[in-house]
Design a binder for this molecule. Structure first.
Ligand code: AMP
Ligand code: MG
Length: 486
């Protein structure tokens, strides 16, 4: 299969084309000037069945830069609305994302979307562009999340250019090719619900079910099943975010995916020292989207989605679906955290053990990723990890209970070590790492982007060439400020 001369189908377009611009707009991308390929994602290309030899071709670069020509493509932008920071924001839509087509692989359909390829009818007063800085962050983070085993949109290619984009200063325009099995957001449903267009809510739900859950097409309760699936997937996704210290930063309902993918990487951050009150988005003054608030915001957002589905699902069933969120989140979170500390199975008394650990990590400013990775080496004979705590005795007190708990297990120390290394990443995309790659790329040097992609796609493995990224962040990392400007 070749991307640049394949007839890319488009089920969304085929489904809604007769309804004028109610659901979508046909658009003409405005490609970047003098594009340069920063990186093409070989791993994803192979998964999609794209011939990787074409990734180095001029046609691929031109296409990824937004020079979308020929009858093979039918670029569209989708409309949606959403609640931003808890407030109804009205119509938003793909202001700088253009879906150029859809690939089929093993029966699944993948949207191929360019972010940053010019304006659409939903751009409002903005320019439809994305700067290199934010594009590098999105590109690396989507692949980092995938490497961590967390549901996410993917990224196929990253292109830099000579196109000038005006933010606080002039920056290079870039594109990211985003790939996902759905780009439908909670806000896509809200859009039609609040316009009193229940037929469109239904048409959109039918489209999602047909495309993503064809096994439910004939079921009487298919809309309920779609919502229940979204509740469960979102609960799992957020439990995984919490377990790796990921702070999304802009959990507006237009940034929440109906299939439970992590979507729209903006001012996200991974925790360095464990601090549940951490706010990664400098525009989030109230801390609505702080790290510790994410699980409850997930439920708030699902409530907004459920409200938008009231014309399709009985109130009783809406409540039944939503009620599954909290137990699913807790179940997922407890199991993951238990396995992070090397327990074969979560038991109710382990909650205290996990909570006490998180408490002393917070008071002692212990680095989240490094601690869990090194805990695999802990034993009564090798307690060196206690040195990560200012108050070493607080660790000793906890470690005594931890050792007792480990003694109840049958696995050997070596088995526990191996199991813990497979769930505790050595590498996450800390802000300073992304910043180092950005600083180099802005000088035309993309080697750091390439290196980071390689290690983040396999974050549980050892990468001797990238040992510098496995340690504590440098002091200058604290000065990095990430805003919504992108
Ligand atoms: P975000 O905060 O990135 O999720 O974006 C919120 C809304 O603003 C979405 O509808 C985006 O498409 C739109 N948007 C953000 N940046 C731009 C831009 N540079 N040009 C056009 N639309 C944009
Ligand atoms: Mg968004």
């Amino acid at each position: 299969m070749k991307l640049h001369n394949a007839q890319l189908q488009h089920t969304y377009y085929e489904t809604f084309k007769d309804q004028g611009d109610l659901h979508l707009s046909q658009v003409v991308p405005n490609g970047l000037q003098e594009p340069v390929l920063v990186n093409a994602n070989r791993q994803l290309a192979e998964q999609l069945g794209l011939g990787i030899e074409q990734l180095d071709s001029p046609e691929f670069l031109q296409l990824m830069a937004g020079h979308v020509q020929g009858d093979n493509f039918n670029p569209i932008a989708l409309v949606y609305s959403g609640h931003q920071f808890g407030v109804w924001a009205g119509q938003l839509g793909d202001g700088r994302a253009i879906t150029i087509g859809e690939l089929e692989k093993d029966g699944a359909l993948w949207d191929i979307q360019l972010k940053g390829a010019g304006t659409t009818p939903y751009s409002r007063f903005a320019d439809g562009r994305a700067v290199l800085r934010s594009s590098i962050r999105e590109y690396l983070c989507s692949e980092a999340m995938h490497g961590l085993g967390i549901a996410t949109t993917r990224a196929l290619a990253l292109v830099d250019s000579q196109t000038q984009v005006y933010r606080e200063e002039v920056e290079s325009g870039a594109t990211v090719c985003r790939v996902a099995q759905s780009h439908i957001r909670f806000g896509s449903f809200e859009h039609f619900h609040y316009r009193n267009q229940p037929d469109s809510v239904k048409a959109l739900a039918d489209y999602v079910i047909q495309r993503n859950f064809p096994q439910w097409v004939g079921e009487d309760n298919k809309y309920y099943l779609m919502l229940e699936n979204c509740v469960l997937k979102t609960a799992k996704m957020i439990a995984q975010w919490q377990s790796v210290g990921f702070n999304h930063g802009v959990m507006n309902t237009d940034n929440m995916s109906i299939i439970g993918d992590t979507i729209d990487y903006g001012p996200f951050g991974f925790l360095d020292a464990y601090d549940p009150t951490h706010i990664c988005n400098h525009s989030d003054n109230q801390g609505r989207y702080s790290f510790k608030n994410q699980p409850s915001v997930g439920l708030w957002n699902l409530n907004a989605l459920a409200t938008a589905l009231t014309s399709l699902i009985s109130n009783e069933d809406l409540v039944r679906a939503l009620k599954q969120y909290e137990p699913e989140f807790l179940n997922q979170f407890r199991n993951i955290m238990a396995s992070k500390i090397g327990l074969e199975e979560y038991q109710p008394q382990d909650e205290q053990l996990i909570n006490q650990l998180l408490e002393i990590m917070q008071t002692n400013n212990v680095d989240y990723t490094i601690f869990f990775r090194q805990l695999a080496d802990y034993s009564a004979d090798n307690p060196s990890i206690r040195d990560q705590f200012i108050d070493r005795e607080s660790f000793d007190t906890w470690a005594e209970k931890y050792s007792q708990r480990l003694q109840q297990q049958s696995s050997s120390e070596q088995q526990r070590h191996q199991q813990m290394q497979s769930v505790n990443p050595k590498y996450v995309l800390r802000n300073y790492m992304a910043q180092a790659a950005i600083d180099a790329a802005q000088q035309g040097d993309y080697t750091e982007v390439n290196l980071l992609l390689e290690i983040l796609q396999a974050p549980f493995a050892e990468h001797p060439q990238a040992e510098k990224y496995a340690g504590l962040p440098p002091d200058w990392a604290e000065q990095i400020s990430v805003s919504c400007s992108s």
